[in-house]
Design a protein around this ligand. Structure first.
Ligand SMILES: O=C(O)COP(=O)(O)O
Length: 231
């Protein structure tokens, strides 16, 4: 087993708790297009497959319907203006990012299905854009997670083999994307997916919070050092 050199984070539900802002933006879009707002706990169940899928599910439209465009436009416009009204770091996320950045020899990246405009707005508002070597957002490549394409795109951009990457995420989309790309996967509880959904996705490791990530990476690193000494 090789030590990972690239740690790729999912954004929504993994690094940030963005539920409040997503719900506010969806409800703004629903009302602006003449629809009734939905309870927050209904909307959060629709998150994970990108903004178009989210808007379509909330507006009860097929994703291919042209009417989704209107809802999506209102959603994106509102979210770009309100990226951080309610959004907070997930437990342990900010400290873990700082600790891993200080290590210096790991490339940190983001791979999110969130659209590029809202991803940029949120990372800029949090003041952490510069911590990431690369960010791939929804729409940057043709397919979204769970397709392996976004992660393979990152691997090519960084010039690393996918098996040297680890994808850290709160959704089955993240785990499947990692497996299909040939990367390792770490699931974190507390985000948008339930524990059962995450277990069904068969991650390599399941964490309660991001605070536990350090130990996992250290153990992989120690195991690699021991193996190379044996050889
Ligand atoms: O916007 C989404 O659908 C989910 O975004 P994520 O990939 O960062 O979880």
């Amino acid at each position: 087993m090789l030590t990972p050199t690239v740690v790729v984070f999912d954004l929504d539900g993994t690094l940030i708790d963005s539920r409040g802002d997503i719900v506010a933006a969806v409800n703004h879009a629903l009302v602006a297009t003449g629809r009734a707002p939905l309870p927050g706990q209904v909307i959060v169940r629709y998150v994970g497959d990108g903004a178009r899928a989210l808007c379509a599910r909330a507006a009860r439209l097929p994703e291919t319907s042209e009417s989704v465009e209107d809802v999506l436009r209102h959603f994106l416009d509102y979210y770009a203006r309100h990226p951080l009204d309610f959004t907070r770091w997930m437990p342990g996320a900010q400290e873990m990012l700082e600790r891993l950045s200080d290590l210096g020899d790991l490339a940190l990246c983001v791979c999110t299905n969130k659209p590029r405009s809202t991803t940029d707005a949120v990372l800029a508002a949090l003041g952490v854009g510069a911590r990431f070597r690369a960010v791939v957002a929804g729409g940057d490549v043709a397919a979204k997670k769970p397709d392996p394409a976004p992660l393979l795109h990152l691997a090519a951009r960084l010039g690393v083999q996918p098996h040297k990457m680890v994808m850290v995420g709160d959704g089955p989309q993240d785990i499947e994307c990692a497996r299909r790309a040939g990367a390792r996967s770490i699931a974190v509880l507390g985000g948008f997916a339930s524990q059962d959904e995450l277990l069904d996705a068969r991650p390599d490791v399941l964490l309660r919070t991001l605070g536990e990530l350090w130990d996992v990476l250290r153990r992989w690193r120690d195991a690699t050092v021991r193996l190379s000494t044996v050889r």
